[in-house]
Structures are given as C-alpha cells and as structure tokens.
Design a protein around this ligand. Sequence first.
Ligand code: ACO
Length: 436
Amino acid sequence: MLADTLTIVDNRTGKKYEVPIRYGTYPKYGAAIPTSELRKIKVSDDDFGLLSYDPGYTNTESCRSAITFIDGEKGILRYRGYSIEELAEKSSFLEVAYLILNGELPAHSQLNDWNHNITHHTLIHENIKKFMEGFHHDAHPMGILISTVAALSTFYPKASQIGDGELRQKQIQRLIAKMPTIAAFAYRHRFGLPYSYPDNDLSYTGNFLSMLFKMTEVKYEPNPILERAMDVLFILHADHEQNCSTSAMRGVGSSLPDPYVCVAAAAAALYGPLHGGANEQVLRMLREIGSKDNVPEYIKRVKAGEFRLMGFGHRVYKNYDPRARILREMAPKVFEVTGKNPLLDIAIDLERVALEDDYFVERKLYPNVDFYSGIIYQAMGFPVEVFPVLFAIPRTVGWLSQWQEFLEDPDRRIARPRQLYTGSDARGYIPIDKRK
Ligand code: ACO
C-alpha cells in the first residue's frame, strides 16, 4: 500500500521504523522527514538514538518559510510567489520590501504610508554619528556598519520587547530606514567627507545616492537610470531564503535578543568572501586576470585547484542564477551613463570559456549574482570595500522578514545543533610532572 511515510530498517537490530513524510505547500515544493523521528532508532534502551550528520546543512530544512522560493535546478527565484524578473521590471524596492515583509503587494494607500514611515526614520541620533567618528580613517565600511547597527540596540532599549508586535514593527521600519544612512556615513567616513543628511524628498535609493555622493550642491539630483539600477540591485538582493546570513539571523534570533544585534550578526555572516564579500573578490580577480588573453590560463589554474572562480557556483543554483541574468542585461544601460567598465569584456569572456568547459559543466557551476553586481557597482563609482555594505542594505529586509516569521512560528526552538563526537574516550587526569 502506498503512503506518505518512509520505512527504515535498522540492519543492526533488524527493527523496522515508519517515519512520516512532510510536504511544503505542494509536494512539488519538496518533501522531508522530521529527523527527530530518527531518535527512536536505537540498538538498546540506553542508546541515545540515531542523529543525522549534515555539515553546512546541505540537506537539512531548518525551518518552514513562506517568503522566498528557489528552484536551483531550474534557476527560479520568487518572493511570495512573484517572479524576480517581474518584480525587478515593475516594482520599486520599497514596494518589494513591503511584499516580502507582509506577504502581499501594497495597495496605493498602503505603499504611500509605508514610504512615508520609512522616509521619516532615516535620520540617526547625533551620538551615533559621534560613535562612527571614532573609527580609524581606513576602517572597512562593513566593520563600521556591523558595529554601528549593533550599537543602535543601546539607543532603543524597548527593542528588546520583541513579543510586542507594534514595537517590533517600529524597529523593522527603523532598521530599513537607517541602514542606508549608516552605510553612507561609513562610506564618507572613509574619504574624510562631511556626512550628508537624508533628503526625504527623494526615493529610498535616490536618497541613498544623495547621502553618498552629494557634494556642495544645494540639492542632489540622482540620475534616474542609476537610481533605477540601484533599485533593481536592491530588489535582487532583498531575500534569498535560508542562506548563511539569514541562518545567522534566525540562529542568533532564536535566543530572543533585539533585532539590532541580530541584524549585526547577520551582516557579519554576510561579510565573508564566500557570501556577500564575493563580488569584491570578483573584481579583484578580474583585475588580476587583466586581459581576455589571460582567461584560458586563469581557468587552467582554477581547474588545478589553486583557487576558485569567484562569482561562480552556488549552494542552491545548479543553473544560471536568475539575478545574474537580470544584471547582465541591465549592465549596458548603466554603462551608457557611467561609461563602460573595461572589466565587463573580461567577465563575459571568462563566463563563455567557463560555461564551455567540462569542469564547470559537470559541477553545474554558473555565474551567481556577484559575478556582475561588482562590475556595475564599480562603474557607478563605488569602491570595492563598499560592495558588501550595498548588499547588507536590501538584505536587511529579508533578514527582518525571516526573523519575524521565525518569532511567529509555533515550531520555533533555540538553535542548538548536535555533533558527532570524535574526541578521546574518558581518561584519567595526568599531573603536569608526569606528562611527556
Ligand atoms: N570555482 C571552481 N570550482 C568550484 C567553485 C568555483 N567558484 N565552486 C565550487 N567549485 C567546485 C568545488 O571545488 C567542488 O569540486 P569537487 O567536487 O571536485 O571537489 C564542487 O565544485 C562543489 O563545490 P562545493 O564547495 O561543495 O559547493 P558548495 O555548495 O559547498 O559551495 C559556494 C557553494 C561557496 C558558493 C562555492 O561555489 C564558491 O566558493 N563559489 C565562489 C564564491 C562565490 O562566488 N560566492 C558567492 C555565492 S552567492 C552569494 O552569496 C550571494
């Protein structure tokens, strides 16, 4: 008889176990077994029971989520059921942020209120500005961002009341609103430029560009193509289900601290070169390659295992990352304004050579979002150190949305994985004068 269960036979004991199979919204969205069921599988009564071993959680569902859907084999990404291609074409970033957080696209009045609420929380306390001034002139902007977001926790003590829905919403709005301000101040700090205060007449990304690049002009007018490009980049980076930084957000959030320190922890996870730091590495790599002629030799060294091709490969996508495709198409529009980034030709050639090579084909290694984002950001005038900061701003929406979902999940528990102990068995203590 067919059933939604799995039968396991323990060959150590000959015993049979029936384990339930659970599905997502539809069976096509995946099936899983609750691994706690494995604990029933024992060789004796005092046996702890079987656990599952999964470093890097490559095959473990850590939560239920209704926010983002990815089909890595087909290269599909959807927020709340809407395709990333359609959202990137038709929506603004704040509209997408509302969708991700609330589950539905906003009606006119909801969007107006939402835009207003975000815009009116963009200023930061003058003491935070003073705090940021304490950083060394060459401090990495991501280090400044992480520390400053954590410091916000001390400015909003009520934020620790995470069970209060209204207070929670307030912190969510504050965080989304203040991230660009902190990021822009971190950027200007690096160049010794005076901080430029938010301009609430501008859009979210227009205001961000103003805080970054405004010099002596009375009013900064963002270039509409670059403003829109920034919006698209932010939409593409807004959420990506249970990646490293989001797992950090949920993991840290599971001990129930306030959202400022959770976002700081998530941003710290994003900082690494295998995650949000990858686009910075892509640019360094393209500069090192230097010319299209050097591409084959570089690929040879990657295949020899000397280093990885940055911006290639993904834990989930085993096809072209749909975000990379959108950026590849958007790049020429940006370059019409900024002038072409000469690294683009090397990137396109590198992609072509890699995608024709068996090493990459067999391992299903395709360009990920970071492969093209760095080239665009650089053409727009951003130094490479700012790239992970540009990632952290929109991803704050995803982190907060996942955190909120986690808090409301009746299944939530403190994150506390198990280990497979491989150390020594119990042994007697050796006094220091008897040790070899
Ligand atoms: N270049 C060359 N080989 C690679 C690459 C790469 N970029 N990525 C994976 N491989 C190879 C591995 O060497 C391995 O080969 P093997 O089976 O012969 O040992 C195989 O492909 C599988 O690799 P894993 O490390 O098991 O893949 P995993 O899913 O753990 O890693 C990751 C995913 C970290 C993204 C990896 O592809 C990588 O290091 N890419 C480069 C860094 C990067 O671009 N990161 C950005 C990710 S997107 C984002 O965070 C927004």
